[in-house]
Design a protein around this ligand. Structure first.
Ligand SMILES: [Zn+2]
Length: 145
């Protein structure tokens, strides 16, 4: 039932204005941050080696192989902006460069579900410690406070 409830919440979030949809953080099956690409969803996850992996799901969070999505990111580290490219690796997109040292800076992910779609920008504050409340990394924390 929990899954059905989650799907209902996702559908409700998609139906509301973007301001409301942005307010609620959604985490994916890998404990990453869900980015809504419109019809599809992408899960932003920072690996232990500081590379970023992105999994693709449909609107109901069913895993999809990486296909037509176009994803790039910019790490806005204090030492300067770093452009991050992604390559397909199995079913995932994996960054070909690692995140710069440190945390607390913003990572801007630019993603679209197809090359023709409108690019969506997602600003993610890179906080890597694990939240005690939900067990996710802080950038994907789903706690209400
Ligand atoms: Zn939390």
């Amino acid at each position: 039932m929990k899954t059905l409830l989650n799907i209902a919440i996702i559908i409700a979030a998609l139906a509301t204005t973007s301001a409301f949809a942005d307010a609620k953080v959604k985490a994916g099956p890998r404990k990453g941050l869900i980015l809504d690409l419109g019809g599809k969803q992408a899960e932003f996850f920072v690996e232990k080696d500081r590379s970023i992996s992105i999994a693709v799901y449909d609107a109901a969070l069913k895993a999809q192989p990486a296909s037509t999505e176009v994803i790039t990111a910019t790490a806005e580290a204090p030492t300067g902006k770093t452009k991050i490219e992604f390559a397909k690796k199995g079913d995932l997109f994996v960054s070909t460069t690692k995140l710069p040292d440190g945390e607390g800076y913003q990572v801007v992910v630019q993603a679209k579900s197809t090359p023709e779609a409108k690019t969506k920008n997602f600003r993610i504050k890179l906080q890597l410690h694990t939240c005690k409340g939900c067990g996710n990394a802080e950038y994907a924390c789903t706690c209400d406070e």
